[in-house]
Design a protein around this ligand. Structure first.
Ligand code: CMP
Length: 135
């Protein structure tokens, strides 16, 4: 089915790798429905990542994502949720470099947590996340 998903270009990849990431998004055939630079507050970031509250990385993650502007996009395509996560690659950038060297996280990510990009994990998550970021 045609789906929409939320993509974020995180602080380790934005702004320096924005154009390269956008080129990959267009090459893969996504339609960019909405896009904007956004500087999320700590409060909004904590709501965005609330399913990870209590995990060891939650503090560092929410401080980092809210530390400077990032770039948010709504992407549309057949199977957009899965297709965007495939393009991102494994969550851990080191694992991505070992197993999927052409992916966005392999190319532009830093480590196991600072990983260049975010993608919604389901259509329901995408709806929730798009509402938080774009209203
Ligand atoms: P993202 O796709 O934005 O969803 C949750 C984020 O938490 C993930 O990308 C990483 O940035 C981070 N993350 C997930 N798992 C771990 C982990 N095991 N250790 C550190 N950070 C993680």
């Amino acid at each position: 089915a045609i789906e929409r998903t939320l993509a974020l270009i995180k602080p380790d990849a934005y702004p320096q790798h924005k154009d390269a990431v956008l080129a990959r998004i267009r090459e893969a055939g996504f339609t960019v429905v909405q896009e904007k630079e956004v500087h999320l507050t700590r409060e909004v970031t904590e709501r965005f990542y609330e399913e990870h509250r209590g995990r060891s990385f939650y503090e560092d993650l929410t401080v980092w994502i809210s530390s400077k502007p990032i770039y948010a996009l709504v992407l549309e395509k057949e199977d957009a949720v899965k297709e965007w996560r495939n393009l991102l690659g494994p969550t851990n950038s080191e694992k991505a470099r070992a197993e999927a060297p052409e992916t966005i996280r392999a190319l532009f990510g830093t480590d196991g947590s600072k990983n260049a990009g975010h993608g919604s994990d389901s259509v329901a998550s995408a709806e929730r996340e798009i509402l938080i970021i774009f209203g």
